[in-house]
Unconditional design. Sequence first.
Length: 373
Amino acid sequence: MSHDPLFCPLRLGQLHLNNRIVMPPMTRSRASQPGDAANAMMATYYAQRAEAGLIISEGTQVDSMGKGYAWTPGIHSAEQVAGWKLVTDAVHAKGGVMFAQLWHVGRVTHPDNLGGAQPISSSAIKAAGVKVFVDNGSDAPGFVETTTPRAMTQEDIDTVVGQFRQAARNAMLAGFDGIELHAANGYLINQFLDSESNTRTDNYGGSLENRLRFLKEVTQAVSSEIGADRVGVRLAPLTTLNGTVDANPEQTYLAAATLLAELNVTYLHIAEADWDDAPLMPENFKQGLRAAFPNTLIYAGKYDGERARAALQAGWADMIGFGRPFVANPDLPNRLRHGYPFAPHDPATLFGGSERGLTDYPVYQPQTEQQLA
């Protein structure tokens, strides 16, 4: 295509991106054990996909208490920083740009993932019906229901804000080009944001301004550490993943977008609900986010090439994330450029395991016509 909107360059803060294609965060649960460190296998995986305009790492816990699932990587130890340096070096060697997604899962975990400790959250409300993957070293690894967390004290809040700040600093030491705060999908920041998971009566609960306060403090902390031009934030206005629900999502998330615009973060990453029969984000909601947030807007959720180009041309999106397609299509940008079909992924190899289902998906090979003798 001439003037293909997916392949127009973009400036993101001080960074030059070659295209508008994002590899969004996808948990793959292959960190080295013990220690939850990124490794050479993961470096190969991300480097294979470095033609994306921007890669955002899988969720990376800022502290051992922020770990929700077995075998996910952290960025709070020297070993973990060194592991991620392998990854960023490999991506940069292929000309890629990569941000680290920083998360703390809050209540979406189990004591088996926390060395026996009770999870923490905005409020002492269990994520009902939510299961997480654990490996406690004695039983067979598997899924268990979450437990009731304890409500965070002011000291807890200050500690976690500091952990995000340190994780942002660690991400720079590990060679990342920036960081994304995971404020979506029912994890800790989201647990403060959404009305039905936050019953606090102090400065962090009740009014919308108060529910936004934890997001604001974490964003300010990481921005003061590495610069707002290296900070993105992911939000999920209409998802109800992991039990978080908001009574008025448009009001809440337009206010969040306005706040993040005031803090001048470099991008806002909107995760649209992508399961079957999921609620669609109304066009006027997207236009409202565009009006509230003038910097780069990324959308992800069941996009193909046609939908992605239409979103960019409509103006409410600046970049598009392709999640599951990137699993089985390491050359996804090339397939999008030429209209080649997407290969399907194997669901059985998404989480945990070895190179199989991680680094062994082939690039597309066009069929060459045999010339007649």
